[in-house]
Design a protein around this ligand. Structure first.
Ligand code: HPA
Length: 246
């Protein structure tokens, strides 16, 4: 039984260390997920991998079918979801590219995304608790795995989820900083909320790939981000190997 899913973000469209056994196109009431689900073994544990932006990295953050992705995971019997997200750094401890963050809070600035399974078709108003948006047990597992591998991670932080696909203005980042956001990305929500609605244990490994807008002297450089994604995702892969079995 596959119990663990990994959602790959930008720079992680495949998991080189996953020993693939099969691929499956899954259909859900919300449409198709971003790509066929890739089943296999990671560090001796059954795992399933899904690239959030599609197998060829073609789906922008605001067009990801988050509901289909999370529903498909639930449907395959997965109980734990570890997401990988590329982010910009906002507050001082999060500015250096390559920093790995295991966020413990989220602020949602996205809009117009299909963000819930609990619409009026449910025929019953349903709310879920989201005080602690990430699964604490999984966060601690990741933090401890990093510590035993002597890998540095920042074990807390507030993820601010923006709409994209453009990056933010400097004033938007200043506002987010006043709000308490430490890192900024475009895919953290509604994913985390949907996982909570389906009672999946969900956490994120967020990789800082640039200082957020206005946090460095220069403008945001896509070339720089791509370079940092490549080196940073090597660390993420190494961390995933330590974390599994989850
Ligand atoms: N802003 C939003 N999303 C991001 C960034 C950023 O600076 N870097 C990587 N994803």
């Amino acid at each position: 039984m596959t119990t663990v899913a990994i959602i790959g973000g930008s720079g992680l469209t495949n998991l080189k260390n996953l020993r693939i056994t099969r691929r499956e196109v899954i259909r859900t009431p919300y449409g198709e997920p971003s790509a066929p689900m890739v089943f296999g073994q990671l560090g001796g544990q059954e795992a399933v991998f899904l690239p959030r932006h599609g197998a060829g990295h073609t789906i922008p953050p605001h067009e990801v079918n988050y509901r289909a992705n999370i529903w498909a995971m639930k449907q395959t019997g997965v109980t734990k979801v570890l997401a990988v997200n590329a982010v910009g750094g906002i507050s001082p401890d999060y500015l250096v590219s390559g920093t790995l963050v295991i966020p413990d809070q989220v602020i949602d600035y996205t809009y117009g995304r299909a963000h819930t399974f609990f619409g009026s078709e449910q025929k019953k108003v349903t709310h879920v608790d989201f005080t602690h948006p990430y699964c604490e047990a999984m966060r601690q597992t990741v933090i401890q795995a990093a510590a035993s591998a002597k890998m540095k991670v920042v074990g807390r932080g507030t993820y601010g989820a923006t709409q994209g696909p453009r990056f933010e203005s400097a004033a938007e980042i200043r506002r987010m900083e006043r709000d308490g956001a430490d890192i900024v990305g475009m895919t953290g929500m509604p994913e985390a909320g949907l996982a909570r609605e389906l009672e999946l244990c969900y956490a994120s490994i967020s990789l800082v790939v640039n200082p957020a807008a206005g946090k460095a002297r220069e403008a945001i450089s896509i070339r720089e981000i791509e370079k940092n994604l490549e080196s940073g995702m090597a660390s993420v892969r190494a961390l995933l190997e330590q974390v599994i079995p989850l």
